[in-house]
Design a protein around this ligand. Structure first.
Ligand code: NAP
Length: 244
């Protein structure tokens, strides 16, 4: 068990990632807020955390690119210390359409952003956390989606397929490193109020679909953050390779 409290949250400038970063900070973690392009949004989250007495840095890095991921983790090593938690949260989706309208370029970008990022960040985290490399252990939480199981027909099969790959990576890695002090779990959110739906061309998607949800409402990013935090914390110490 790693007693350090240092967390990297990818894609934490807004939405679920931002709420997760704030929750970890409130629980005593030094937090690294990673983002792709929206520096102002990332700095605003950092300011909120610092104002509440937390410890936090921001690192701009495209987590689908190996050299940028290495820069991200080396910055954390130098500025915060020994990593104990990785949350792979960054992801994109594109306009709703049928499969035959999805270009190869788009399919490539979605898979690279959503899956390669998770693979590259897990790789750096395992090198730091695994007892095999004299690490102190740690936890990894991969943010998947209900789309991994629904397949998202007529919306974004590319996105759904990327999340299916994230689930398989989560399962495989959890078994590979289970005896090395690292737990790896996944969260599959449903319909959550964030800006991501605007990227799909329908900002009010959650409201359109909420009557189909048993609770008759969409979820808040804070509610997903709680699940991510629980899976990363010692409260879930006997859970690995699971999905919530
Ligand atoms: P969001 O509001 O669209 O935020 C996406 C975040 O990812 C932003 O901080 C963005 O940074 C960052 N990002 C995108 N590409 C990146 C890259 N290549 N490198 C680094 N950062 C990158 O998303 P969200 O709705 O909070 O979703 C968070 C996670 O939950 C995702 O994995 C998503 O698939 C999953 N999820 C969401 C829902 C939902 O209903 N919202 C449902 C199921 C699953 P910039 O701001 O700098 O661009």
């Amino acid at each position: 068990m790693n007693s350090n409290k240092i967390a990297v949250i990818t894609g934490a400038s807004r939405g679920i990632g931002a709420e997760t970063a704030k929750l970890f900070a409130r629980n005593g973690y030094a937090v690294c807020i990673n983002y792709l392009s929206n520096e102002q949004a990332a700095e605003n989250i950092k300011s909120e955390i610092l104002k509440d007495g937390g410890r936090c840095i921001t690192v701009k890095a495209d987590v689908s690119v190996a050299s940028e991921v290495i820069h991200l983790f080396e910055t954390v090593d130098q500025e915060l210390g020994c990593l104990s938690v990785l949350v792979n949260n960054a992801a994109i989706l594109k306009n709703q359409c049928r499969l035959e309208e999805i270009s190869e370029e788009r399919f490539d970008l979605v898979l690279k952003t959503n899956v390669m990022s998770c693979f590259l960040c897990c790789k750096e985290a395992v090198k730091r956390m695994s007892t095999k490399y004299n690490g102190a252990g740690g936890t990894i939480v991969n943010v998947s989606s209900g789309a991994a199981r629904s397949g998202s027909p007529n919306e974004y099969i590319d996105y759904a397929a990327s999340k299916g790959a994230v689930d398989t990576l989560t399962r495989g890695l959890s078994l590979e490193v289970a005896a090395e002090g690292i737990r790896v779990n996944g969260v599959r959110p449903g319909f959550i109020y964030t800006d991501m739906h605007a990227s799909g061309g329908e900002p009010n998607r959650v409201d359109r679909l909420k009557s189909k949800i048993p609770m008759q409402r969409g979820g808040q990013p804070t509610e997903v953050a709680e699940a991510i935090y629980w899976l990363a914390s010692d409260s879930s110490s006997y859970a690995t390779g699971t999905f919530y």
